[in-house]
Design a protein around this ligand. Structure first.
Ligand SMILES: CC(C)(COP(=O)(O)OP(=O)(O)OC[C@H]1O[C@@H](n2cnc3c(N)ncnc32)[C@H](O)[C@@H]1OP(=O)(O)O)[C@@H](O)C(=O)NCCC(=O)NCCS
Length: 413
């Protein structure tokens, strides 16, 4: 006779159960998670291509060599011998980034580490059980010391995320909301024709490519360091910025190249795929140049870049006005011309690449003036739901006392 003894069926634990742990997924679990969250974050990529992109993103500057960490919330009391897969109750990723900080009395900027958090996800069948909440509580604490020995013993000063579910969910868990304004520039219908001159001289711009990007990032980081220090003095608040460094920019650009090379494989691209122009610089005199670095974003799962042109966006990752500190309220004519040339080139590139708009995040007062002076059509957009920059602060200050300098798209992940 066979045994009548039946194992207790496994029931999902309460979100407060002490047996729940924050740990790392196996390769198999990562794949399962990506398969489920492709609908959220696959953009225009097919599932097959998304399953290639996600592992690729662990091999590029910033995220390779352990720069990126995958996290899951699971149940340590799950009986391993059951033969089933352990439950993945919630999942997310973090990326370790360099941070620049200065407090009001400081004479030099401190280097720190900040973790960008992304892809917060609960498998559909587990939603509404507070698992994501539990994971985030554990994560907020874990990141405080995560990999701090790795980046030259710098302290972890913050973690940040870009909420796609509004302004309250993460704020309640300690990630405070920061400004989420952008200026949207619609791409005019005839924009692909003429008007942009790549070259040297007045009104002309020169391309930013992988050749000159590193040097420009170095210059930019120096400017941001000065800005952080200056702002701390002026506002009497602790100021923080993500370093706009070469790895950070290349992370965006490699990701962009990967997507575009798939999307334009069957639909012909303009000149070369991937695009070799990553942005443009106006002006040749050091200290008076204006430049922007950008990336493309395609929506809709059809795999065709032409399907969602209105939504497809060219994001200005970073806009640099080298003379910003000395421009004051009324920018000089060369800066207005430089900015306008950069913006018009961005619109031109957007049109070529089937992108219906150009977005620029959180422009400074000077940049707002430059936008007005450019005469280019635009509208301000206050985002209430998507990509809300949110920060948890690990220093002694209250988060409400923190000023986020250069809160632009390059910080996002
Ligand atoms: C958002 C998500 C991670 C929440 O997971 P969960 O385990 O069900 O979350 P919890 O049970 O901890 O919390 C549920 C709360 O999330 C809120 N929530 C869930 N989806 C939301 C949405 N799209 N917009 C606003 N709030 C949302 C619920 O209203 C509930 O709010 P309450 O705490 O005031 O009751 C899950 O719904 C998900 O994976 N969604 C798809 C991916 C996504 O949007 N991720 C967030 C990216 S920033």
């Amino acid at each position: 006779m066979g045994s009548n003894i039946q194992e207790d069926p496994y029931t999902l634990p309460d979100a407060t159960a002490p047996s729940l742990v924050l740990t790392h997924p196996t390769e198999d679990e990562k794949r399962r998670t990506w398969t489920l969250n492709h609908r959220e974050w696959g953009g225009a990529l097919s599932l097959e291509d998304y399953l290639k992109r996600e592992p690729y993103l662990t091999t590029i500057p910033l995220t390779r060599d352990g720069g990126m960490t995958h996290w899951v919330l699971t149940d340590s009391s799950w009986p391993a011998e059951s033969g089933e897969n352990r439950p993945i109750l919630a999942s997310c990723e973090s990326i370790s980034k360099r941070i620049l900080v200065a407090s009001p009395g400081d004479t030099a900027v401190r280097d720190g580490v900040g973790h960008g958090v992304g892809s917060v996800f609960t498998y559909p069948e587990h939603r509404g059980n507070r698992y994501a909440g539990r994971m985030l509580n554990e994560l907020g604490t874990a990141l405080r010391t995560w990999q701090c020995e790795k980046k030259g013993s710098a302290d972890v000063v913050c973690s940040a995320l870009w909420s796609d579910i509004g302004k309250t969910y993460y704020a309640k868990k300690g990630w405070a909301v920061f400004p989420s304004l952008h200026i949207e520039f619609p791409v005019p219908a005839n924009q692909t024709q003429g008007s942009v001159e790549i070259g040297k001289g007045k009104g002309k711009v020169s391309p930013i490519t992988y050749e000159n990007l590193g040097q420009l990032c170095e210059t930019d980081e120096k400017l941001v360091r000065e800005q952080v220090l200056r702002k701390a003095r002026e506002t009497n608040r602790t100021c923080v910025a993500f370093a706009p460094d070469h790895d950070t920019m290349r992370w965006h650009l490699y990701r962009d190249d990967f997507i575009a090379s798939i999307l334009f494989k069957s639909s012909p691209g303009p000149t070369s795929v991937p695009s070799s122009i990553k942005g443009v610089i106006a002006g040749t005199q050091e200290g008076r140049r204006v430049w922007a670095v950008w990336s493309r974003n395609y929506y809709g799962g059809s795999g065709k870049p032409t399907d969602n042109v209105e939504k497809n966006t060219l994001y200005i990752l970073r806009l640099v006005i080298e003379s910003e500190a000395s421009e004051g309220e009324k920018p000089s004519e060369d800066v207005v011309e430089g900015f306008t040339a950069v913006l018009r080139t961005a619109l031109h590139e957007a049109a070529i690449w089937n992108l219906g708009k150009v977005d620029l995040w959180n422009p400074s007062p000077l940049v707002k003036t430059l936008i007005e002076r450019s005469g280019v059509q635009h509208r301000p957009v206050e985002r209430d739901v998507d990509s809300i920059p949110s920060m948890m602060w690990y220093g002694d200050e209250k988060i409400s006392e923190i000023e986020w300098v250069a809160n632009e798209k390059y910080c996002w992940c």
